[in-house]
Design a protein around this ligand. Structure first.
Ligand SMILES: *[C@@H]1O[C@H](CO)[C@@H](O)[C@H](O)[C@H]1NC(C)=O
Ligand SMILES: *[C@@H]1O[C@H](CO)[C@@H](O)[C@H](O)[C@H]1NC(C)=O
Ligand SMILES: *[C@@H]1O[C@H](CO)[C@@H](O)[C@H](O)[C@H]1NC(C)=O
Ligand SMILES: *[C@@H]1O[C@H](CO)[C@@H](O)[C@H](O)[C@H]1NC(C)=O
Ligand SMILES: *[C@@H]1O[C@H](CO)[C@@H](O)[C@H](O)[C@H]1NC(C)=O
Ligand SMILES: *[C@@H]1O[C@H](CO)[C@@H](O)[C@H](O)[C@H]1NC(C)=O
Length: 350
């Protein structure tokens, strides 16, 4: 049996490392644009994280379904095709970051890795009487800080629970749950010290170098900005309560500040205020809503304020009065129509 490996991109990076410094050669190859230091970009945006995710569902000893995804921040770089175990790229700039021959080799390595992974897990499952079906998940990656230091991480999950994590300080696998199974897997992984050391080097160094190339090639995608669109409307759940809702959507990147103002003053967090989670839209923009409970006709003025990177130093202000005025306008139209109908009726009777 060959040595076991963890997440598929560990192996991908292992390959790069095994080609004795191939990776560092890529970065300095004169035929490709030399990545400029990402520092300028980093100082604007903060830290960056590359994450490689693997989810393997073991239906039975002969059937495993594996999904893989690579992310730079919230941008999907590519995924693993379930059936063919090939990489599908989602961004046009990912493939050019590495020569074609390298991708071919990486794809072959992934296939070997996935076979080994299934084999090892099935063997362990049989030894430890694990009941099928079960799910194994891995996430590994690195985070690059603006001060150019980095942190790497690798976590393993079992049936949706934390299972093992990798301590990059001393290259040891740490139990997240203390069970016979987790101790068994820990022992296997720990036995291969060379493997653990490789994982450490790969994510301490290779992943960071990798990210610097990706930051260079994907600069435009990372700097993309989409303006938020805000709408204000109201609901009346009870006669004595008015819910003012401010819905903001279509913005990118994710960080945003949305607040309700009462007479120009920001309403502080409290039971009357309810801010939703920031949820993703299908087009890699985000949406959020903030609800304020008030008493109807309380004499105050209300406005929703939005601050976002795409707005620069400006902020969006959507007053609730505008909606009231629109209502008034509609009321006026109805009144005019009524007057016209009445006039017509009076005229006909004459
Ligand atoms: C394993 O699971 C797959 C998918 O659920 C099923 O098609 C297959 O018959 C199962 N094989 C065995 C040996 O149970
Ligand atoms: C770099 O930044 C990170 C995150 O802000 C911080 O945890 C770390 O201590 C910093 N390292 C140095 C050497 O300043
Ligand atoms: C990896 O990074 C950790 C934390 O920064 C450090 O303690 C460790 O020595 C590094 N290991 C290698 C092999 O570079
Ligand atoms: C080193 O590994 C042990 C497990 O063997 C762990 O408990 C400990 O927290 C680690 N030390 C550091 C400094 O991370
Ligand atoms: C770890 O290695 C030792 C010595 O090679 C071996 O006796 C032991 O069975 C191994 N443990 C596991 C869990 O593979
Ligand atoms: C906030 O909104 C959510 C979703 O509509 C709701 O479940 C929750 O109870 C609300 N919280 C408060 C404090 O009103």
């Amino acid at each position: 049996m060959q040595r076991p490996c963890c997440c598929f991109l560990l192996l991908l990076l292992l390959y790069l490392l095994l080609l004795s410094g191939t990776w560092s050669l890529h970065i300095t190859q004169p035929s490709r644009p030399t990545p400029t230091s990402p520092c300028g970009l980093l100082s604007h945006v903060g830290s960056f994280t590359v994450r490689l995710l693997q989810t393997s569902t073991f239906q039975n000893t002969s059937f495993v379904d594996t999904e893989g995804l690579g992310l730079l921040e919230d941008i999907e770089l590519g995924s693993l095709d379930k059936r063919t175990w090939t990489i599908r790229f989602y961004q046009p700039w990912v493939r050019p970051a590495l020569p074609r021959s390298d991708w071919d080799t990486i794809e072959n390595m992934i296939k070997i890795y996935l076979q080994q992974f299934s084999h090892l897990i099935n063997e362990g499952a049989m030894r430890k009487d694990v009941t099928y079906p079960f799910v194994a998940q891995c996430v590994a990656g690195c985070e690059l800080y603006p001060n150019r230091t980095s942190r790497s991480f690798a976590y393993v999950g079992y049936n949706g629970q934390d299972f093992l994590s990798f301590d990059t300080e001393n290259a040891t696998w740490v139990l997240s749950q203390d069970t016979g199974l987790s101790r068994y897997v820990q022992a296997i992984l720990q036995n291969y010290t060379a493997f653990s050391e490789l994982v450490e080097v790969l994510f301490n160094d290779t992943c960071v170098d990798d990210m610097e190339v990706l930051l260079h090639y994907g600069k435009a995608a990372l700097e993309r900005q989409e303006l938020p669109v805000a709408t204000v409307f109201a609901r009346t759940p009870r006669p004595d309560q008015l819910l003012l809702i401010c819905r903001v959507t279509g913005f990118y990147p994710r960080p945003i500040s949305v607040a309700w103002l009462q007479d120009g003053q920001e309403v502080p967090p409290g039971p009357a205020l309810n801010t939703s989670a920031i949820l993703p839209n299908a087009d890699l923009t985000y949406q959020v809503r903030i609800t304020l409970a008030v008493a109807p006709h309380d004499g105050h003025s209300y406005a929703c304020r939005v601050r976002h990177r795409s707005l620069g130093t400006r902020s969006l202000l959507i007053p609730w009065e505008v909606v009231l005025l629109a209502g008034l306008g509609a009321g006026l139209l109805v009144a005019m129509a009524m007057a016209a109908i009445t006039a017509l009726w009076v005229w006909r009777r004459r």
